[in-house]
Design a protein around this ligand. Structure first.
Ligand SMILES: [Zn+2]
Length: 299
């Protein structure tokens, strides 16, 4: 009886953890880990925002005019809303990396979606007015239910280049060499702007920023274009996403009182659309020609 229970438990674990691992991490099914834009690459930063390292990283990206994607933890976004606001205003993409850095393997599909991803999306949306639609699970690990539930609301982004920047043994020089060797057109690079998660070294982001500084100089010389993950993954979406964001920003500026309105940009597959906080959503195939509507649909 006990033996049967053990065998059943192992089978359940394999189904819940290993099947999604094989499908996503080995076969790349249901997740995005490489872009389609020629000469385009995307730098992504996980585990922040961190009050010590993230401002320094944002300064570096600004200096090199690089747009990136930050997969943030909701608990840290709550504590550092000014950093989320700064990322947003400086044109970076904000994605979700759970509320706390917990593996989805030890969470039910409902908890990983509602208590981790959705909760973090609510926090980011309350700070920026724009709901994140890209998700990266901690350690890139999904459970079986995530394959169905998480993908209904979010695009799941993993990576194609990982160089162990969280380890104390990896120096900034080694990081630089590994990155320059491995970055190819379409690469999605994962780095970390916080060192306080399980298995990471607290001072590691210092090496990462020092190494990245040198990498950015070379990357520009090689003619690579550093894009946000959404721009890299949706070939041709770059202008449309930026266009929609401009419309939303202009709306907010021209309607300071709002009258209960606010417009936010949403993306779903190849559709970019604006939505208000009333019972109204206007969808349009992503032509970049998004129109403002001023009727009140709340009644
Ligand atoms: Zn992480």
């Amino acid at each position: 009886m006990i033996q049967t229970l053990i065998i059943l438990s192992i089978d359940a674990m394999i189904l819940y953890m290993m099947v999604p691992f094989i499908l996503t991490r080995i076969c790349g099914l249901g997740v995005l880990s490489k872009g389609k834009v020629a000469k385009g690459i995307a730098f992504t930063f996980d585990d922040g925002p961190d009050p010590c390292y993230t401002p320094e990283l944002l300064d570096l990206l600004q200096e090199h005019e690089v747009k990136a994607t930050f997969f943030v933890l909701g608990s840290k976004a709550e504590k550092n809303p000014e950093l989320i606001q700064r990322m947003y205003l400086e044109g970076h993409q904000i994605g979700i990396h759970n509320y706390i850095h917990k593996s989805n393997w030890i969470l039910s599909p409902w908890r990983s979606r509602r208590e981790q991803a959705d909760r973090t999306a609510d926090i980011v949306e309350s700070i920026t007015g724009e709901r994140p639609t890209y998700y990266r699970p901690p350690w890139g690990l999904l459970n079986l239910g995530d394959l169905l539930l998480m993908r209904k609301s979010y695009r799941i982004v993993l990576w194609s280049v990982m160089v162990g920047d969280w380890k104390p043994s990896v120096s900034s020089e080694q990081l630089k060499r590994s990155l320059l060797k491995r970055i190819k057109p379409g690469s999605i690079v994962v780095l970390h702007d916080s060192g306080d998660t399980l298995g990471a070294d607290e001072g590691a982001p210092r090496h990462m920023i020092t190494g990245l500084k040198e990498v950015l100089k070379s990357i520009h010389r090689k003619g690579f274009d550093c894009l946000r993950a959404d721009e890299l993954l949706d070939k041709g979406a770059e202008g449309k996403v930026r266009g929609a964001r401009c419309v939303a920003a202009a709306w907010r500026l021209s309607n300071p009182s709002n009258d209960g309105w606010s417009l936010t940009v949403h993306e779903e597959k190849n559709i970019v659309y604006l939505a208000s906080n009333h019972r109204f959503s206007q969808r349009q195939s992503a032509t970049g020609n998004l129109k403002n509507r001023q009727e009140d649909f709340s009644s």
